[in-house]
Design a protein around this ligand. Structure first.
Ligand code: OXD
Ligand code: MN
Length: 601
């Protein structure tokens, strides 16, 4: 299967420029002069256009149409095996000074980088179609909504952007004739999909992105990690709002009390599962609904935080998704879905490790090779993905399209930690909560290239996504707290604690409702907790554990803190802060001292 496809020739009337203002037209002409494509295709986002592009992509072997009886209107794409995850080592923040990018980002000097990238882009689209993809991030009527234009030579990117964003004429209309309007300039070219010519570069001051040499979603759907998080976080810092790597969910009690919660977990740590949680039987009448599964843009209004999901679809990790782990995701991806790097069964269905039922006797694996259950290789890549429209989600929150956003009652930070960190605890106040986010750590996953399973600090799950100096980012969080008269309460969760035998202690998935319930009860001020050196912890009796199959001693461990472990943990925080070279604000250094004092007190 191919990433790179030759130019397409659309029927008359399709792919023509309609409604672009002069700044957009001039810029596209400039990019075309540089990249010399065979033709230019302006996307309008219509059904007819999508049907044509899907048909062309299938004809060019970029996607395979799946069996309509099994997964209606759905397709499979296989990426180049050298190109299956985000590449943090080749991701750059190109600010005028190194300090502006800060200690956690790769920095590259803007003029030099433009020069290098323009060299790579010269003639890069020869014989290919240059697609112009205008898109809006955020509900179109939201004050936070942003417009981007991505030009790309990948038809797979176009098909994915139509799912993941509000794409096409709607974005050009929003810009209208306003030549001063703010919009993001994004250039993507596959080049020859060679890892040695793979660079994902961000120019925050110019609101521009150039991504070359990759076809993997996180590197090339420029709306997502590049605009909504890296450039977004910089714009948020400048403009006084927050762009965060957070899901947003609604939780409603049987009495009709509703709260919205935003949660930051690192990549592939279950944000999509949490955002679509189905409460266990014991919680009859409780409802969880999804506003977003990956990114939250939050603004301050009336002293509160209000969040919108800038995206229009979900780009989730497939392996492990099943009717047991996430029935709502299974329903969402049962039709109109674009799969990447899962296995193809002989009857045109998709398969992955962890899917319900027995594995197929034979399939074609993600590399395109014949596969049987005896094969040593996995059938689906560990970071194989689905792109599915958010409107496929049976529990989409009714406010998901609301431009004003939803009021956030609680923020949850969480990582994948085998030890030390309890199942749940609550920060004592805003700055303590910022400290919990800033010192978050998680065992690494397959969402990025590199070793899997190593503990790394990942502040607010933003380590790969904060587009400016992390010290300024921490200060921005602290300053935001000062502007909030009704701030969300801040919590920390860890679904992944293990016993000595290496077995998970907590069942997770639907049972996380038990923790969510305690969180909303804390928000309502109706539930007790014990004050411990690291924050407020529930005692086993404070949680609704009825019908839960977890032994008492496991529950004790899950809710315990060990002083020695925490002294080690705080030492690791110190090492991490020191590694940032003096950018950590005093408020956070003070928080650490206070926790240390409480621990030894
Ligand atoms: C993602 C990621 O794809 O965080 O959402 O890597
Ligand atoms: Mn993510």
């Amino acid at each position: 299967m191919k990433d790179i496809a030759p130019a397409i020739s659309p029927p008359p009337g399709m792919g023509e420029k309609k409604g672009a203002n002069a700044t957009v037209s001039d810029w596209v002409a400039e990019v075309a002069d540089l990249t010399t494509p065979a033709n230019i295709f302006w996307c309008d986002g219509s059904e007819a256009e999508n049907a044509y592009l899907l048909q062309e992509a299938a004809r060019q072997d970029v996607v395979i149409k799946l069996n309509d009886q099994k997964v209606p209107r759905s397709y499979l794409h296989r990426s180049n095996p050298n190109d299956v995850a985000r590449v943090e080592q080749f991701t750059f923040i190109c600010t005028p000074t190194r300090e502006e990018a800060g200690p956690t980002n790769n920095w590259s000097e803007p003029a030099e980088t433009y020069g290098k990238l323009n060299g790579l882009l010269k003639g890069a689209m020869k014989g290919r179609t240059l697609f112009v993809v205008p898109y809006i991030m955020g509900p179109p009527d939201s004050p936070l909504a942003k417009v981007g234009i991505e030009v790309t030579d990948s038809i797979y990117v176009v098909l994915s952007m139509r799912i993941m964003t509000r794409m096409g004429a709607v974005a050009l209309q929003r810009l209208g004739d306003n030549l001063e309007a703010e919009w993001n300039r994004g250039i993507h070219s596959l080049l020859d999909v060679d890892p040695s010519r793979r660079f994902i570069c961000h120019f925050p001051q110019d609101n521009a992105i150039i991504s070359v040499g990759s076809g993997y979603g996180g590197n090339v759907l420029l709306s997502k990690k590049c605009l909504a998080l890296r450039i977004g976080s910089y714009l948020a810092f400048q403009q006084g709002w927050l762009a965060e790597h957070m899901l947003i969910l609604g939780v409603e009690s049987p009495e009709g009390q509703k709260h919205y919660v935003a949660a930051a977990f690192p990549s592939a740590c279950g944000k999509t599962n949490f955002a679509m949680l189905i409460p266990p039987k014991r919680f009859a009448g409780w409802k969880v609904s999804t506003v977003g599964d990956d990114i939250a843009w939050m603004q301050i209004r009336d002293g509160r935080l209000y969040a919108v999901n800038p995206e229009n679809g979900y780009f989730g990790v497939v392996p492990g998704t099943s009717m047991k782990s996430n029935p709502n995701a299974m329903k969402s991806i049962s039709h109109d879905t674009l799969y990447t790097n899962v296995a193809l069964t002989d009857d045109g269905d998709v398969w992955w490790e962890g899917k319900d039922g027995a594995p197929p006797a034979h399939a074609i694996d993600w590399r395109g090779n014949s596969w049987t259950p005896e094969s040593k290789e996995k059938a689906a890549h560990a970071n194989s993905r689905f792109a599915t429209p958010m409107h496929n989600n049976p529990v989409l929150d009714p406010e998901a399209e609301s431009g004003g956003g939803v009021p956030i009652s609680a923020i949850i930070f969480g990582g994948r930690r085998s030890d030390t960190v309890p199942l749940i605890f609550q920060a004592l106040d805003w700055n303590h909560g910022v400290y919990l986010g800033a010192t978050m750590a998680s065992e690494t996953t397959a969402a990025a290239t590199g070793a899997v399973g190593q503990v790394r600090r990942d502040p607010m799950a933003m380590l790969p996504f904060c587009g400016y100096n992390i010290g300024s980012y921490f200060k921005h969080w602290i300053a935001t707290g000062k502007r909030l008269t009704n701030p969300p309460l801040i919590f920390n969760v860890n679904w992944f604690r293990k016993n000595e035998a290496g077995k998970f202690l907590w069942p997770g998935f639907g049972d996380n409702m038990r923790i969510l319930k305690w969180i909303v009860e804390r928000c309502e001020g109706s539930k007790a907790a014990a004050e411990k050196p690291i924050g407020w912890l529930p005692r086993p009796n404070d949680l609704d554990l009825e019908g839960l199959d977890v032994p008492q001693d496991a529950m004790q461990t899950l809710l315990s803190i060990n002083r020695q472990d925490w002294e080690k943990e705080l030492e690791a925080h110190k090492v991490f802060f020191e590694s940032l070279g003096g950018v950590v604000p005093k408020e956070l250094l003070d928080q650490r001292e206070q926790i240390l004092r409480r621990l030894s007190g």
